[in-house]
Design a protein around this ligand. Sequence first.
Ligand code: OGA
Ligand code: NI
Length: 343
Amino acid sequence: MEGLVSNWSSTARTLPKSYIFPPEKRPGQLNFPLDKTIPVIDLSNYDHDPTSTIEQILKAGQEYGIFQVINHGVSKELVDETMKVFEEFHAMPAKDKARECSKDPNKISCRLYTSSENFPTEELHYWRDALVHPCHPLDEHMQFWPQNPIRYREIVGKYTVEVRKLANKILELIIQGLGLSPGYFSGELSENPVVLVNHYPPCPEPSLTLGLAKHSDPSLITILLQGNVPGLQVSKDGQWVVVEPLPHAFIVNIGYILQVISNGKLKGVEHRVVTNSSVPRTTASLFIYPSNDSLIKPAATLADASNNPPLYRAFQYKDFRSYYVSNRADAKKVHEFVDRYNS
Ligand code: OGA
Ligand code: NI
């Protein structure tokens, strides 16, 4: 495992060369505008007005590719406890983190890395450390998760159960909005949820580097807990804008897989992470991924040859995923892959 950024960042006065992005990719400025238009959807309205909640979600997925949800059913206490445990994990000494993440000999159920999984071969590094582990079925993976901080498994176990329920609820509303058959995304299309705990330490020169380069997620949907420190930006009308941190809210990102299945009715948005010089930032993504062998294609009812031709081809998830990783999430390349037979 390569040296974690958090292990040396506090004494760095300047950035090592390998963290300095070329001018066109740097954030440059630091005062990006706060976006106030990304929809914030109150899920507690569903009970008395399901139709309007479904409409809001569909509209947000069509027009923005990202939205926030509040009153979502995951308790504030659990959100706070989970964030605390994630922050405590990343605050541990590097050797303890390495030890806590080396319990799985197959390196599937828990991994710790810095920058990206391509660290050894990438030209430029990102200013982040990452802890990643699948979370379903729990009893298969949890035995390999960290046991320190002491309540990690208990709290993160509960959290993943609750956030998966939330993801399923949102997917069920999307199903209704798109007119797909109930349970369309159950089973293999959502079988492989994974937790990614990002940690971006304070950075001496935030205008020169990124915590994460621009990308859209390779998931069905992603449920992100961004906490209280801003840093996530989305591309809107050719400009980067800041997604406002809202206490206890979750950010929902539409992933490429939902874009394909919905035949472009819902679309993901490119986003990136900038760093700051004053406070550490910890976030947690719960990616809803299909199983590797599942076949991804536009839903038959949303793609009929005459009125609504399929915009995307059929492919196996694992082929998409390895293409996405080897092309470093480049949106143009990803579109070539999914669109290939229609372009
Ligand atoms: C991601 C992501 C945003 C953040 O993990 O895919 O976009 O704010 N994270 O950490
Ligand atoms: Ni993302």
